[in-house]
Unconditional design. Structure first.
Length: 122
């Protein structure tokens, strides 16, 4: 296990707990030296986590944890399907969808949960 995988585990995300694909698609597609990953939802142990709209059903803090879980799941899938995280040189783009009330305008704060996890691990 490499340093990045150890960091992921230290944050509470077992590297061998990658979620299974929910449909007929490739979770990771590699073209040359670039890879693209399918989306991720906040699933842990096969069970949905943080279900509901922000902020009425899920707090902003919990939504940030959900975003971090999604990022961790993507890293877990990468490890399972591609290999060690040290193969990742740079994250070019993250697209996030936040299940939120129409009046909620802090989606970027929620997505910081994913960004922070990636900064902490990579």
């Amino acid at each position: 296990m490499g340093v990045r995988e150890e960091k992921l585990e230290a944050l509470g995300f077992a590297v061998d707990a990658a979620p299974k694909a929910a449909g007929l698609y490739d979770p990771v597609v590699i073209v040359g030296n670039t890879f693209t990953m399918s989306g991720s939802v906040p699933i842990d142990g096969g069970q949905p986590q943080f279900v509901g709209k922000v902020p009425s059903g899920v707090s902003v803090d919990d939504a940030k944890r959900a975003a971090a879980l999604c990022a961790a799941n993507l890293l877990r899938v990468f490890i399972r399907d591609v290999g060690p995280l040290d193969r990742i040189e740079r994250i070019v783009k993250i697209t996030g969808f936040v299940n939120s009330e129409p009046t909620f305008s802090e989606q970027h704060v929620v997505m910081n949960g994913a960004s922070q996890l990636l900064l902490d691990v990579l």
